[in-house]
Ligand binder design. Structure first.
Ligand code: ARG
Ligand code: ZN
Length: 881
């Protein structure tokens, strides 16, 4: 029997709800296995709906205990109930009240959607459609209601009871029970509902908004972990201050609560006034968290907080508009991190993520537009495309309109759409109104899937003293359910550019088609003629990565070396090094020797370090890092052989490490912290650590024996987790006793720290050796591992499938088999995490024929399984489609 693929939902079919819910009173009596929920819903017919239509409330796995209409019994036959829906056949055509009592089992809820328990703490996750697992409801984002929630629980089991909005009342509920009432005055869709009950420790502070509101901020964590919550608490206050400064947005409740739980499907959730987080993105101390962890905590705290306006005050009409809140909010958190840290360094990090995760997605069978046209399982669309490419679209909009007009457009959007469920069209309309610009062509970015390629040709005419840049955009034609079938039309592509002379001086750009350093490519092909240039300049194009495109540019090594050394745009300096390296790497992976270019790159990096790497260590660390194996595969595009890529990359790393060895040793010495220096997670300190560890990494590539000794010593002696984990990572490819001892000792030292063991799991999963799948099977039996915990699954299997290309894509299929086994084992308990893991197969068409056959065999065997979840069957079907 084949699994039925879930029915398709189409954007084109959107219809308003036939009924609205104005007020919700929830009474939740928490119990580990028999929680009872009474929902009292104030309903009315929607003037925009169909008069007299039946009322169909969504449900999922619910048991109905009682129902009443306007305080009385419902007529026999008036109501039809299944676990998935409650239908009232002839609802009153006036305001009415339904009271519904349901029963649920939070302990048995392994999907981690709806109400569940994590380490004994009751918590909820309702986005996208988890509220229907708590009570029957119009579980759609365009139904906005005001909620009052009464939570009752055992005092011992759940001394802390938190809800959305402001606390209203609390007290004894008789015996050992107590209760708390929360009221949220801001109308919201059900996906923003949340409650928490449990034993939790708290750190707190106060913030006064620009409107004069006194806000109490609290971060709640497992008792005993309060000492690790300070950084997150501070990040909340900094986010509040930044959103006032940068966007004029103030917080709008008296309390803001953040709760960390250890079992969470995603990163975090922006529930109104009660953000719930994966504890990985809250807990940090120098001994347990790396600089990357600190940066992630800051970014995700900011992200969820910023949703309070971009997501909550203005929400989405339907789930096709997901990018309206996610792309915009990612853009906002990126801007926050750029302001709090180093803008160029952060921009490079953003682009690396985009290229490593979104470009492959956009190039494979799971490609979809930033606003999909159809879906079968919405939880499968919380993707790099919706989030990261969605953020790039907002960034391009700012580049096109200028910062000032952009800000006015944002103000107008928030003012016009406050309290409503909006669309991408509403968003763009605000910018059209503010700028007078027609954004209809620009809107194609939301509708067309695939990464555009922009080919650039340059021609210098010495006699006319002109320099002509010809741009040609090409768009992949992608026809799937999610993309629709239409032929792609030209996109509006902002090209931020500058010119550099051979000696590095800036050259003036003379053209009225370039405004504020930006040329707009809005047709298939266009030529930009720049005047007054008697000698050919070096073009610096797509500065700051001004558009999410692939650039094909016939630039010689000499020009790239000029850009690396001299470009005024730090992003393009970094990009020049990447492009130089990429040319060598793809050449070597294809069996073409590019020895001269390898030496030229090493020479250029030496000169770069010589010129003063210590001025910006974080930037220097990025310049030294070669493109990842995934990026190289992406560049090659077809018939990819991961082993050849790895061999080419390791070879070049060794070559660079050898050429730079004395300088790298000197850097390590210069960057060593004097003993006893207290740890600080700030960007400058993190940058010094990053460069010092980048140096270690290259030294180890050049001389593995010495590298292993240095790294093993650093694992033992490091005074913080950043240096310890960086050293452990250096050991990963260095087969032998030293590595095994290093991992064994680390594992023993942190046996009681799950979040630290996640790093240990993740690194072992990237060991590029044939024994790794067996090693991972062994680690799955480790006492700290559990398939029930998403962080553990992601560390071990997610890391393997995404960061270990030679072993995941093994010619014998053993890597695919391992991941498939786990996907199937998880599907029965947590389909969301299972489906996410399966997306690693999204690159299968890119690999060479032998591996491709193995991947297809495994995907087909998954797809043929009876009883698959909609989540996994959707990914399997689309991957094969
Ligand atoms: N809105 C959350 C965020 O800030 C993501 C939650 C998604 N959860 C899910 N089960 N699909 O990004
Ligand atoms: Zn978000």
């Amino acid at each position: 029997m084949r699994t039925e693929t879930p029915p398709v939902v189409r954007l084109a079919d959107y219809r308003p709800s036939d009924y609205l819910i104005d007020r919700v009173e929830l009474d939740v009596r928490l119990h580990p296995t028999e929680t009872r929920v009474t929902a009292t819903l104030a309903l009315r017919p929607n003037p925009a709906g169909i008069p007299g239509a039946p009322l169909v409330l969504d449900g999922d796995d619910l048991v109905l205990l009682a129902i009443s209409l306007d305080g009385g019994e419902t007529a026999p036959g008036a109501v039809a109930v299944t676990p998935r829906a409650l239908t009232l056949h002839q609802p009153p055509q006036r305001p009415f009240v339904l009271a519904i009592e349901t029963k649920l089992d939070p302990t048995a809820n392994t999907k981690l959607m709806g109400l569940y328990r994590s380490n004994g703490v009751y918590c909820t996750q309702c986005e996208a459609d988890g509220f229907r697992r708590i009570t029957y409801f119009l579980d759609r984002p365009d139904v906005l209601a005001v909620y009052t929630t009464r939570i009752e629980a055992d005092r011992d089991e759940a001394p802390v009871l938190l809800g959305n909005g402001n606390p209203v009342e609390s007290g004894s509920a008789g015996g050992n029970r107590h209760y708390a009432v929360w009221h949220d005055p801001h109308p919201k869709p059900a996906y923003l509902f949340a409650l928490v009950g449990g034993r939790l420790g708290r750190v707190a502070s106060r913030f006064t908004t620009m409107e004069g509101r006194e806000v109490e901020i609290a971060v709640w964590v497992e008792p005993g972990k309060e000492g690790r919550a300070g950084y997150a608490l501070d990040a909340v206050a900094r986010s509040m201050a930044w959103d006032e400064r940068a966007f004029g947005r103030a917080y709008d409740l008296d309390v803001f609560n953040v709760v960390a739980v250890s079992d969470f499907n995603m990163g975090a959730m922006e529930n109104k006034g009660l953000n719930i987080f994966n504890d990985k993105y809250v807990l940090a101390s120098p001994d347990t968290a790396t600089d990357a962890d600190y940066a992630n905590i800051e970014a995700i705290i900011a992200h969820e907080y910023f949703h309070n306006w971009s997501g909550n005050r203005v929400t989405c009409r339907d789930w096709f508009q997901l990018c309206l809140k996610e792309g915009l909010t990612v853009f906002r958190d990126q801007e926050f991190s750029s302001d709090e840290r180093s803008r160029p360094v952060h921009r490079i990090a953003e682009v690396r993520t985009l290229r490593a995760r979104q470009f492959p997605e956009d190039a494979g069978p799971l490609a979809h537009p930033v606003r999909p046209q159809a879906y079968r399982e919405i939880n499968n669309f919380y993707t790099a495309t919706v989030y990261e490419k969605g953020a790039e679209i907002v960034r391009m909009l700012r580049t096109l309109l200028g910062a000032e007009v952009f800000r006015r457009g944002m103000d107008r959007y928030f003012a016009a759409c406050d309290g409503t469920a909006a669309t991408v069209e509403d968003f763009l309309a605000a910018f059209t109104a503010e700028s007078g610009r027609d954004l209809a062509d620009f809107a194609r970015w939301y509708a067309q899937a695939g990464t555009p390629t922009v080919a650039v040709e340059a021609r210098h005419d010495g006699n006319a003293a002109t320099y002509t840049l010809t741009f040609r955009q090409s768009l992949p034609a992608i026809a799937t359910e999610a993309t629709g079938g239409a032929r792609p039309l030209p996109l509006v592509i902002p090209v931020a550019l500058g010119l550099v002379a051979a000696d590095g001086a800036a050259v003036e750009v003379r053209s009225d088609r370039v405004r504020d350093g930006v040329f707009v490519l809005d047709r298939e092909e266009d030529s930009l003629v720049l005047a007054g240039l008697t000698t050919a300049p070096v073009p610096s194009l797509f500065r700051g990565f001004s558009a999410p495109v692939k650039v094909v540019q016939d630039l010689g090594d000499a020009d790239r070396l000029v850009l690396l050394a001299r470009d005024a745009d730090p992003f393009n300096r970094w990009q020049a090094a990447q492009s130089l390296a990429m040319a060598v790497l793809t050449g070597r992976a294809a069996g073409r020797e590019t020895g001269a270019s390898g030496a030229a790159l090493a020479g250029a990096l030496a000169a770069f370090l010589e010129a003063g790497a210590l001025a910006d260590p974080a930037f220097a660390a990025l310049v030294l890092a070669l493109p990842s194996e995934t990026e190289i595969a992406q560049e090659i595009g077809r018939d990819v052989d991961p082993d050849a890529i790895r061999a080419a990359r390791e070879g070049l790393r060794a070559e660079i490490g050898t050429a730079l060895a004395p300088r790298l040793d000197a850097l390590r010495a210069a960057l060593a912290e004097p003993a006893g220096t207290p740890f600080s997670p700030d960007a400058a300190s993190a940058g010094r650590r990053a460069l010092r560890n980048a140096a270690l990494d290259l030294l180890a590539a050049a001389d593995p024996a010495r590298g292993a000794a240095l790294a093993a010593a650093q694992v033992e002696e490091a005074s913080n987790m950043t240096d310890r984990v960086a050293a452990l990572a250096v050991l990963v490819p260095l087969t032998g006793e030293t590595r095994e001892r290093g991992f064994a000792r680390f594992g023993a030292a942190y046996r009681d720290e799950p979040l630290v063991l996640d790093k240990w799991f993740a690194l072992q999963a990237t060991i590029p050796e044939p024994g790794t799948p067996e090693r991972l099977r062994g680690l799955m039996r480790h006492e700290a591992f559990s398939l029930a915990n998403p962080n553990r699954v992601r560390s071990l299997l997610g890391s393997f499938s995404l960061n270990n290309p030679t072993q995941f894509h093994r010619p014998d299929g053993a890597g695919y088999d391992l991941v498939a086994e786990v996907v199937l084992a998880l599907d029965g308990t947590n389909p969301q995490v299972a489906a996410r893991l399966l997306t690693a197969f999204g690159t299968w068409r890119m690999v060479e024929a032998g591996r491709r056959r193995q991947a297809e065999r495994v995907l087909r065997s998954i797809a043929a399984r009876p009883g698959l979840s909609p989540d996994v069957s959707d990914i399997a079907a689309r991957s094969l489609g």
